[in-house]
Design a protein around this ligand. Structure first.
Ligand code: GDP
Length: 138
């Protein structure tokens, strides 16, 4: 089991001024920041990042949303990082997210749901490598 996961604070949460609140929740839950950047991805890059969802009906909406404004991308470290972080962010749809989760507090819809969290160790590595070089990890 790997001890790292990958996250993004999505354009909706950045626009709403929630970067600080969300980073605070990550730190308070015991996640250490290994790499972090404030950036904006193109529609093409969003398409590549979410390639696994290419056949899903929401692919166009998702890639347009994710390239619509700046995001914060980060690699986080903690024991059991992937599973524990999925618990901290809550269900994809904020209406189904548990109280106290990041999405319950800050997501507005199933699409604009404030944060991304990798769903497996394998994807955490692929997604972290998409955004960060070896020199950008500490
Ligand atoms: P996650 O692992 O909880 O992020 O959820 P998924 O892997 O199923 O979906 C990836 C992302 O696609 C979600 O976080 C949402 O931003 C978006 N998404 C999922 N379902 C829908 C949907 O029905 N409509 C829209 N517009 N976006 C969706």
């Amino acid at each position: 089991m790997s001890n790292r996961t990958f996250t993004m604070i999505k354009p909706d949460a950045v626009k709403a001024g929630n970067i600080g609140n969300i980073l605070q929740m990550m730190n308070a839950a015991g996640f250490k920041i290994v790499a972090m950047k404030y950036t904006k991805i193109s529609l093409e890059q969003a398409g590549k990042f979410y390639e696994v969802h290419k056949e899903r009906p929401f692919y166009g909406e998702l890639t347009e949303f994710m390239s619509s404004g700046p995001i914060v991308a980060a690699i986080l470290e903690k024991e059991n990082a992937v599973a524990d972080f999925r618990k901290l962010i809550g269900a994809t749809n904020p209406a189904q997210a548990e109280e106290g989760t990041i999405r319950k507090l800050y997501a507005t819809s199933v699409g604009e749901n404030a944060v991304h969290g990798s769903d497996s160790d394998e994807n955490a590595k692929i997604e972290g490598d998409f955004f960060f070089s070896g020199l950008e990890r500490f």
